[in-house]
Ligand binder design. Structure first.
Ligand code: HEC
Length: 154
């Protein structure tokens, strides 16, 4: 066992390098983090959308918690996500190069989502009608960024 340890370590290191597709550690971490962040947007958006579309019963506590979490996540500084060399020319990335060439436009749509989720968080626990009215702009704020800044799926 003791003798095989260096071999196992070497194997693990080369497997990691292979998965990372020659990315630097910083690029790899940024890609993993921002895609996880987006996954969490989806995680919290889903029950809100299901309630807004009458597919699951309205629950004020669940709605308020999900909307608060979305708003908190949308508000954080995300600039460290966008490390140079991680655009959609990589197989692992769907981030269009425009994020880097048009950072102001990108920040504007990011702010649009922050505003829409903040408005939703203020009313999501106040009943289904209030949720429905504030939900639309949140869904639209995702598309407002995905259309110009996310490349189609590979
Ligand atoms: C300011 C821009 C922006 C906003 C706002 C935004 N997204 Fe994204 N989203 C992106 C970009 C860019 C990618 C591609 C990232 C990559 O591949 O590295 C992405 C990818 C995703 C993914 C795929 C993640 C993965 O595992 O590869 C999901 C899911 C997602 N977004 C959901 C959402 C939802 C839900 C919202 C709204 C609540 C939202 N996004 C709002 C820019 C945005």
């Amino acid at each position: 066992m003791r003798r095989t340890t260096p071999f196992v370590v070497a194997l693990c290191l080369s497997a990691t390098a292979l998965l990372a597709q020659d990315l630097t550690e910083e690029q790899d971490r940024a890609l993993t983090a921002r895609q996880a962040h987006m996954g969490l947007y989806g995680f919290y958006l889903t029950p809100l959308g299901q309630m807004a579309q009458d597919r699951i019963p309205y629950d004020a506590d669940v709605a308020a918690a999900a909307a608060n979490n979305l708003a908190a996540m949308a508000a954080i500084d995300q600039s460290a996500f966008w490390v140079e060399g991680t655009d959609s020319s990589l197989e692992r990335s769907r981030a269009r190069a425009e994020i880097w060439t048009d950072p102001d436009g990108y920040l504007e749509v990011k702010q649009g989502m922050a505003d829409a989720t903040e408005a939703l968080a203020l009313v999501a626990g106040d009943g289904l009608d209030a949720l429905k009215a504030a939900f639309g702009p949140v869904g639209q704020s995702c598309s407002a960024c995905h259309q110009p800044y996310r490349a189609p799926a590979n």
